[in-house]
Design a binder for this molecule. Structure first.
Ligand code: HEC
Length: 175
């Protein structure tokens, strides 16, 4: 995929040129998908075996039970020739069924701050438990109209405030 490589190179270059001046715009942070996967047995196996061909973005927002994950992993090793030691299959599918199972609170990133499940907010490393509680209490009183409201409510340090638009969004009300 030489084309993709060129695009990436140009993006990186633009990032270097425009990111360094502190203007904010081009130094926009990217989603850290690894951080969105909770710690636990099996996480390392996923990081080792499931990032070689595509990003974790495919994986983190799914809602599949262990049987379905077994099917997915089977497709990777079968159709796409992923190399996966036999003994890694159970840890990977058990872990994924736990963190990206049918009750996975993360269905999209950025997540809608007004509707995402409380446990979805807890996946964000930069939000303390207190911050999660404040968001949930506040949106019960009235939906957030903008991310500035969220930032103001939480009184975050600049570094953390900068992460808010990376992981959260306010979906405009449906017409
Ligand atoms: C050898 C390369 C390779 C490896 C390693 C790999 N995948 Fe994939 N994966 C692919 C390809 C190719 C696709 C389909 C094309 C695409 O979406 O880019 C895909 C698509 C997916 C999808 C989206 C399709 C769907 O089922 O919804 C998921 C989820 C997924 N992979 C999970 C995994 C997991 C979990 C692992 C680790 C066990 C893994 N992949 C490792 C090549 C790979």
């Amino acid at each position: 995929m030489p084309h993709r490589g060129v695009v990436l190179a140009v993006c990186l270059l633009l990032g270097l040129v425009f990111g360094a001046d502190g203007s904010g715009q081009s130094s926009k942070q990217e989603i850290d998908w690894v951080a969105l996967l909770p710690e636990g047995d099996g996480k390392n196996s996923v990081l080792t075996h499931c990032m070689g061909c595509h990003g974790l973005d495919r994986i983190v927002v799914q809602q599949r039970d262990q049987g379905a994950w077994l099917g997915t992993v089977g497709m990777m090793t079968g159709e796409y020739s992923a190399m996966l030691p036999e003994e890694e299959i159970a840890p990977i599918t058990e872990y994924l069924a736990r963190v990206a199972g049918e009750d996975n609170p993360l269905t999209e990133v950025p997540m809608d701050v007004n509707t995402v499940a409380e446990n979805g907010l807890r996946r964000l490393p930069f939000l303390s438990e207190e911050a999660v509680k404040r968001i949930v209490e506040s949106r019960a009183q009235g939906k957030f109209k903008s991310l500035e409201d969220v930032q103001a409510l939480l009184k975050l340090q600049p570094e953390q405030a900068a992460l808010v638009p990376v992981y959260l969004k306010v979906r405009p009300p449906a017409e």
